[in-house]
Design a protein around this ligand. Structure first.
Ligand SMILES: O=C(O)CCC(=O)c1ccccc1C(=O)O
Ligand SMILES: [Mg+2]
Length: 367
């Protein structure tokens, strides 16, 4: 396969409601869509999932554009590729910038699968015909508004609820949720808001049989997660701390977690997720697929990944309509009774609606 053209788009779409974490809120999403064309005219799509500000990782929409335009696209253009797994190797001379790399790598996978006439999930080695998904609910102004969101998610059939916590909005909040929903599969995500000085608070969370506590401590702090995990019975799940296969090796050796939330965007693409998935399976570490408030394009890649056998826990890939009034794909990612059913169409399996793609494009560059 020969990559003959790459199109870069900066998108701007507004979510139905603001999404609030311990860092702040997002409602307007500025992200990138990458189109990769092979010599036969197959077009693959990938999503640059970084946020406009560097609160979740150091990348932003603007740094992704710069890295793709100046470094990644020139590496791929007019290059012959046997298999998309090579892309990760081609990108090795460029340090980090995982979200920029992922956008392009995902697009190459989609083009490759379309060229084979096969659905991406099968090309990746996925086996599940349907995948279980949960929802992640941001911090709400009041507990009663949070209850309303939980009730709506349960009514929509989601079988696992993740809520955000932060210092001052944690033990009381989780206790209240547990009293109202004693048996609901529940987990809490702190997005790095605590330190080991908060040990007493974090220990109290052990009383609520949470499925896991996601990323309580700093993004660069696997060592202290290991210290914390020794003190807790609830498994720790790492999110922001994991940027690569090597980070997972470190986390496993240090016993820094029981669970990994993996996102293709955070680790540089689908091939790296596959390697992490295999490693976790080998070591008995649970792994599931997280989300980045993506449009349907990034969502479709996450759905394809989640069909790998090791993704035994529900992911964060809620249906498109949970976040968006309209999505870039037809049909939308649809959740029925807590499950997304795999599509048999080639590539990501969802058709990109070109009219809507153009409607939300604010800047476009052909390379
Ligand atoms: O539903 C999603 O797409 C994921 C929601 C979520 O929790 C999240 C959203 C944006 C950035 C980080 C996170 C996270 O997993 O910590
Ligand atoms: Mg998280």
């Amino acid at each position: 396969m020969r990559i003959e053209k790459i199109v870069l788009r900066e998108m701007n779409m507004t979510m139905k409601a603001p999404f609030t974490t311990s860092f702040g809120s997002v409602q307007e999403k500025r992200f990138l869509i990458v189109e990769v064309y092979d010599e036969l005219g197959n077009c693959g799509y990938g999503e640059g999932e970084a946020f406009e500000a560097p609160w979740y990782t150091e990348e932003t929409t603007a740094t992704c554009w710069h890295i793709i335009e100046s470094f990644l696209a020139p590496i791929l253009l007019n290059r012959d590729i046997e298999h998309p797994r090579e892309v990760t190797q081609f990108f090795k001379p460029i340090r980090r910038n995982m979200m920029a790399k992922s956008a392009v790598e995902c697009a190459v996978w989609d083009a490759y699968a379309k060229r084979l006439g096969e659905p991406l999930w099968k090309v990746l080695g996925g086996t599940r015909e349907k995948i279980a998904v949960g929802v992640s609910i941001g911090l709400q102004p009041t507990t009663s508004q949070l209850y309303d969101k939980i009730d709506a998610a349960l009514e929509d059939g989601y079988g696992r609820i993740k809520v955000k916590i932060k210092p001052g909005n944690d033990v009381q909040l989780i206790r209240a949720i547990r009293e109202r929903y004693p048996d609901m599969p529940l987990m809490a995500d702190a997005n790095s808001a605590y330190t080991l000085d908060d040990m007493d608070t974090l220990r109290q969370l052990d009383a609520f049989h949470l499925m896991m506590i996601e990323q309580p401590l700093g993004a660069d702090d696997i060592l202290n997660h290991a210290k914390l995990q020794k003190e807790l019975t609830t498994p720790i799940c790492l999110d922001e701390s994991i940027h690569s296969y090597e980070d997972v090796v470190t986390a496993i050796e240090l016993r820094g977690c029981g669970v990994i939330n993996v996102k293709q965007a955070r680790v540089g693409g689908l091939e790296e997720v596959r390697r992490i998935h295999d490693l976790c399976l080998h070591h008995g570490i649970k792994v599931w697929c997280g989300g980045m408030l993506e449009s349907g394009i990034g969502r479709a890649h996450a759905v394809a990944l989640t069909s790998l056998e090791g993704f035994t826990m529900p992911g964060d890939t809620a249906g498109s309509d949970h976040y968006w009034y309209e999505d870039l794909i037809d049909p939308i990612v649809d959740v029925e009774g807590g499950y997304v059913h795999m599509k048999d169409a080639p590539g990501i399996g969802y058709k990109v609606n070109r009219e809507r793609l153009d409607k939300y494009t604010e800047r476009k560059l052909e390379l």
